[in-house]
Ligand binder design. Structure first.
Ligand code: BYC
Length: 344
């Protein structure tokens, strides 16, 4: 026989023969869809929600976008703790706006992930039972007001470095959401730097508070970019698909190079004796990141993991009545609209 699909033994049941032919036809359709998908990726184009995509591409995007969304809404917590203790009305207004922005980023990102066929409830359930990841950085305490400035300067600074390339991600809804997120994050980073600059021009105690916060956050921010490239299981495929554009280590290096001159302007010391300019590489060398500590935190054993998750679950439960009221209102509006249409 000519093809594998026709290669059925004599006397096989007709139903099996039909299924084999159908299978071959389905394989052809699938192959054509895969070829089209690969061509779009190779041409640096965009994949949109209704386009065919491989299951693994869809799964990777849901994983990354939902983790990103979770990071935004858990990220509201360490800063939210300081809203009532901000040192002036101006700083309080800025912080409220920033925390609100993070909530908005979570919403755009959950919406982008929903276009891939996973519901927001499913994503939130995964977060609340501790199955889903969110950024390691939010499992550390914010001990002083200087921590809030350092989160803006370094944490948002690292987030922007990672997120600017995501504006060119191959999945359209994620890329478009990131354009707005990055614009807002850029303000967040600058307000953090400006708050620290004000403190560095203040008393010796304020300056010491800033230095202490920088000492506690610096290494955690370097780890935010994820494991070294050689230990990053998702990187190669993520880059092949145009989801990730720049590797974990390259982004980390860009962050170090961009931050060193900013630290000089601020007048703080970055807590790394190995940090120095390497003329040959055209980059700064830096010391060893504690990856054991990073993995312990990612796996639920950082200083604040349990507290963050408990606060998030409580916020979700406390908000149940709001979701119910919104649904009841929408239902009422839909019924009223249907009645008006019937009457017209
Ligand atoms: N924390 O193979 P890899 C923000 C996980 S905050 C926890 O390199 P991938 C904000 C990783 O998920 C920033 N887990 O993975 C700022 C993977 O586990 P799974 C949020 C981490 O996906 C201020 C495993 O380690 N931004 O925006 O290729 C206020 C192996 O890693 C971390 C984003 O999420 C970490 N730091 O690369 C409020 C950006 N690093 O999933 C909010 C979007 C790695 O296989 N995400 N892991 O079980 C990304 O760009 C990428 O997902 C990552 C990791 C660079 C984070």
């Amino acid at each position: 026989m000519y093809t594998q699909s026709f290669n059925v033994p004599d006397g096989a049941a007709p139903a099996q023969a039909v299924a084999a032919v159908l299978n071959a036809a389905q394989q052809q359709v699938l192959q054509a869809a895969q070829t089209k998908f690969d061509a779009v990726i190779d041409a640096d184009g965009k994949i949109e929600p209704k386009d065919w995509m491989p299951d693994a591409y869809r799964k990777t995007l849901v994983r990354q976008i939902s983790q990103h969304a979770h990071s935004e809404i858990v990220g509201m917590l360490p800063e939210g703790n300081w809203i009532s203790r901000a040192p002036s009305l101006k700083r309080k207004a800025i912080l409220i706006a920033k925390v609100q922005d993070e909530g908005g980023h979570g919403l755009y990102l959950y919406s982008a992930a929903e276009t891939l066929g996973t519901s927001r409830d499913q994503m939130l359930d995964a977060l609340h039972i501790g199955r889903a990841k969110y950024s390691s950085i939010f499992n550390y305490p914010t001990l002083t007001w200087a921590d809030v400035g350092v989160i803006g300067w370094l944490v948002d600074g690292a987030a922007i470095m990672n997120q600017i390339p995501l504006c060119r991600c191959s999945y359209g809804p994620y890329a478009r959401a990131m354009v707005r997120v990055c614009k807002e994050e850029s303000f967040h980073q600058r307000q953090g730097f400006e708050a620290l600059l004000a403190m560095m021009q203040g008393s010796a105690a304020q300056q010491a508070m800033v230095q202490d916060a920088v000492n506690r956050w610096w290494w955690k921010c370097l780890a935010m970019f994820g494991p070294p490239d050689a230990d990053s299981p998702n990187s190669v495929q993520g880059m092949r698909w145009g989801i990730k554009r720049i590797s974990n280590d390259d982004l980390r290096q860009k962050f170090v190079d961009a931050t060193v001159p900013q630290a000089k302007v601020l007048g703080v010391t970055l807590p790394d004796p190995d940090l120095k300019w390497n003329e040959e590489r055209g980059h700064h060398d830096y010391g060893q990141i504690d990856w054991d500590e990073f993995w312990a935190t990612v796996n639920g054993n950082g200083p604040c993991n349990k507290e963050r998750l408990a606060t998030r679950v409580k916020a979700h439960e406390d908000g149940q009545w709001v979701r119910e009221a919104a649904m009841a209102h929408a239902q009422k509006q839909a019924t009223r609209q249907a009645q008006q249409q019937e009457a017209a």
